[in-house]
Design a protein around this ligand. Structure first.
Ligand SMILES: [Zn+2]
Length: 107
């Protein structure tokens, strides 16, 4: 199977149009860790239950909360292309819960 690619403009992860059609201004995209778990963006404040801590190595991924495809930010920044790194289950389990927590905090 050929790899799937999102559309991206000028190596900028915030311009992704996911394979499913979702964008930052549509359903939004969420910064995640290498397991696809949304990370806590709030600096030094306590990490809310359900979210992952900000990765110390700054190695971030971008999760599409609409379909569960995950993109690796460093690949996008270095190559200007956005291959799907992996997919996660957004309908149940810890990632579904983390997405819910993320939107509670950010809407
Ligand atoms: Zn998507």
């Amino acid at each position: 199977m050929d790899a799937e690619f999102a559309e991206v403009i000028d190596h900028d992860v915030t311009t992704i149009t996911c394979v499913c059609g979702n964008t930052v201004s549509n359903e939004g995209l969420i910064q995640a860790n290498s397991q696809g778990i949304p990370v806590h963006i709030g600096g030094n404040t306590a990490v809310p239950a359900g979210l992952a801590t900000w990765p110390e190595d700054e190695d971030l991924y971008t999760l599409c909360p609409s379909c569960g495809r995950v993109y690796h930010d460093v690949v996008i920044e270095e190559t200007g292309t956005a291959p799907v790194a992996f997919r996660v289950d957004i309908t149940a389990g810890p990632i579904a819960e983390a997405i819910r927590v993320h939107w509670d905090l950010n809407t």
